[in-house]
Design a binder for this molecule. Structure first.
Ligand SMILES: *Cc1c(COP(=O)(O)O)cnc(C)c1O
Length: 434
């Protein structure tokens, strides 16, 4: 499989180039040059496969030209090292829990796979590979844990000092070793700007390979398709044969794009629903046909606070940039903070199922859009414990009652390395690490 840029389909890139570059030289996103379809025997076998096997079959469609079967099997085994169960919430409604990985959010899947792919392709290189990541919270933890002790790769995670939750900060600063966490004295935008300046620094680029670990990297996107096959596998095992409606709480629209990629490979899905919070660029786009990015609005589901979703062009491309085709397959609606909170309380009280704010936005939309005879699956993108400040506020004491606890020391490693938001300062640190 070769890859192309969405801005230029003529030029082809191999997997290593695509992973190391992150973005195409013309600034556009990479896509596979074609989307392979899986044959009937794969779907027949699906209910009997475990996740690493599914992962191997799906990823080999995209990567077998560049990786041996043995290497890819090892990578998928290490990526899918935790459960991704499908659970029934009520009649006709199921939840896919993506939060059983090391940082309790779905981003663990993409981060683990990307880290191992990069580690593999950097073997035998004389230059070090540096992965630069700016995070407003969730990505940083997943990247820090996913890349921890991957040989030959140094990771820098920039996060805004004092602006991530104590638990998120603990996850970012905890791993250490080859993972360098830097608290930037500034905003998330400052963190992103510093990373961009480093990528544009041609002198630095001649000394060091640098890439990004955010969701534009195809090495994060493709593995996320795998767990949508798990949905069908689990439904079949429960004796449910119809194609489900799939709902994904969306920010940069990487997760839902991965699901759409799976349907292009043959996965039976009736239609998609993207839940958003007040950051409703895509719902407005579906209505008006105009893509109109906005400044980010802060909400209780803050990992979805995105005013200009980075995977939008990839998603639209899967529907040949035809808005009518997209409208046939995708519904998207925004959910307010009040609705998110009341949904968490109501579902907990009536069904005993506790959701984090992101997951709750998905459930709220399922309730509005699901037709009586449909099988609906929504994905849970984070464990409620990760957003304990919100849960404790609306359901005081209930998180503790659930018996769930995480070995987490508030204040440990916090603010270990605080840096002013100046590029000169950042650059000299990168040089020291390389
Ligand atoms: C990142 C994130 C999202 C949004 O996922 P996208 O792929 O950016 O749409 C949703 N929920 C949680 C908990 C997240 O961390």
């Amino acid at each position: 499989m070769k890859y192309i840029s969405l801005g230029n389909r003529q030029e082809k890139y191999n997997l290593k180039e695509v992973l190391f570059r992150g973005l195409a030289p013309d600034g556009n996103l990479f896509m596979p040059e074609s989307i392979p379809t899986l044959d009937a025997s794969f779907f027949k076998e699906l209910p009997h496969m475990d996740l690493p096997e599914m992962g191997f079959h799906v990823l080999s469609q995209f990567m077998s030209e560049d990786l041996s079967d043995d290497v890819l099997k090892q990578i998928t085994k290490e990526t899918f090292s935790f459960d991704i169960p499908l659970k029934k919430v009520e009649e006709g409604v199921y939840v896919l829990e993506l939060f059983h990985g090391p940082t309790q959010a779905f981003k663990d899947v993409g981060a683990r796979c990307l880290s191992r792919l990069l580690g593999h392709f950097n073997k035998g290189e004389s230059r070090k590979l540096m992965v630069l990541t700016a995070t407003s919270g969730d990505t940083g933890g997943a990247v820090a844990h996913g890349f921890h002790r991957v040989p030959g790769v140094e990771v820098v995670v920039l996060y805004p000092y004092g602006k991530v939750s104590p638990y998120q900060e603990y996850q970012i600063t905890g791993p250490g070793d080859n993972v360098h966490a830097i608290a930037v004295d500034g905003s998330f935008d400052d963190c992103q700007r510093l990373v961009k300046e480093a990528f544009n620094d041609q002198v630095l680029r001649e000394q060091i390979y640098m890439t990004s670990a955010n969701s534009i990297n195809i090495g994060r996107l493709v593995p996320q398709s795998v767990y949508y096959f798990q949905v069908i596998s689990q439904l079949r095992r429960m004796g449910i044969e119809d194609a489900p409606v799939i709902t994904v709480p969306s920010g940069n629209f990487g997760n839902i794009t991965a699901a759409m990629l799976a349907t292009r490979m043959g996965l039976p899905v009736k239609r998609f629903i993207a839940a958003t919070n007040a950051n409703d660029v895509v719902p407005r786009f579906l209505k008006s046909g105009k893509y109109d990015p906005q400044a980010t609005i802060p909400t209780v589901a803050n990992a979805m606070d995105v005013g200009d979703p980075s995977n939008f062009s990839r998603m639209f491309d899967l529907f040949r940039n035809d808005i009518d085709d997209l409208r046939k397959n995708l519904i998207s609606s925004p959910v307010s903070d009040d609705e998110i909170k009341s949904t968490i309380v109501e579902v907990y009280k009536s069904k005993g199922y506790l959701m984090d704010p992101h997951t709750a936005s998905a459930y709220a939309v399922v309730k509005k859009e699901r037709k009586d005879d449909e099988t609906a699956v929504f994905v849970s993108t984070a464990h409620p414990f990760k957003f304990n400040e919100v849960i404790d506020q609306i359901l005081p004491g209930e998180l503790n009652k659930s018996g769930y606890s995480i070995d987490f020391e508030i204040g440990k490693n916090v603010g270990k390395d605080i840096m002013p938001a100046f590029y000169k300062e950042f650059r000299s640190r990168i040089e020291k690490m390389a």
